[in-house]
Design a protein around this ligand. Sequence first.
Ligand code: ADP
Ligand code: MG
Length: 350
Amino acid sequence: MAFLDIQHLEKSFGPTRVVKDFNLDIEKGEFVSFLGPSGCGKTTVLRMVAGFETPTSGAIRIDGREVTGLAANRRNIGMVFQSYALFPNLTVAENIGFGLKVAREGKAATARRVGEMLDLIGLPQLGGRYPFQLSGGQQQRVALARALAPRPQVLLLDEPLSALDAKVRISLRDEIRRIQRDLGITAIFVTHDQEEALSISDRVVVTHRGVADQVGTPFEIYNRPATRFVAQFVGTLNLLDADVLDATTGKVRLGGVPVALDQPLNGRPGERISLAMRPESVELGRSDCDRVVLSGEIAAVHFLGSVIRIKVAVAGQFVSLDTFNQPDRPPPSVGTTVEVSLPHRDLLVL
Ligand code: ADP
Ligand code: MG
């Protein structure tokens, strides 16, 4: 059985159902992210796991034990919030030791554990400081140490990086992952940032209107989106109109060109469908037999740094493509006539 098992979890506030039949199995030591737009119920699920919110129905088990009706302080869970929520009148060491004091750990054991935690978060010298004397990133490390000090079975992190600036966000995200791996602790990490979720998770749960739309590895979520919502929310996507020619053989017309897809489709001849493709699958030029070649005109060039995103107008629609920056070759300019090619096998039918 899974280490953390969520079954048919539902939550309504008054007449509004904000979590709907949410199911998830998490293995021991796994790092799972909830990824979704704001307001889709991520925090509510996390708060039910933590015991701060009572489910309307459904069950939560941790390590084989049903915890659904258990008070938060009996669940052995550590939690980190977006707002660091440190006690302002306590030192860093007192903050980290707070949970141990509540659990009536002895003074010596507490001091030892606080020292270990300060080392773990890389701030061994700062135990005597107060929160206001720390940067945002340091405060969030202390919040993490405070959550981990009582040796919880599960660590819950609710958008812990959202209040930090970009550089700190990336370094702390890697550090959270390193600490989680070192301790082998089971973790749920909530974020609305797809890059964050894809870059550090074993698995990602894409949530949408209170439902888990898709659960999978970052690779699966990005390359094989199960729903239109997942496809559009995660990463950038070209959505292209095509007309069905023959559904059983998967033949469509795209940008005036007949294309044989690898898969059968639904739809009558002449019916319009949407095909999706990631910008990195599209190339400038390159005609070979397993690619659709379309001609168009460059409508926009976005220099993003290591990647250049080029938007091409093709037969009344736009196709975006990504190329890597090459320092000795400036990107083509707007208005240039080009051919773009799309590999058949990467066209997704949505
Ligand atoms: P997320 O964390 O994904 O942004 P939340 O779980 O915080 O989403 O909220 C989901 C929905 O539930 C939102 O529409 C929010 O307004 C509503 N909600 C959350 N908590 C309460 C509450 N205590 N009372 C009423 N509505 C709530
Ligand atoms: Mg939230």
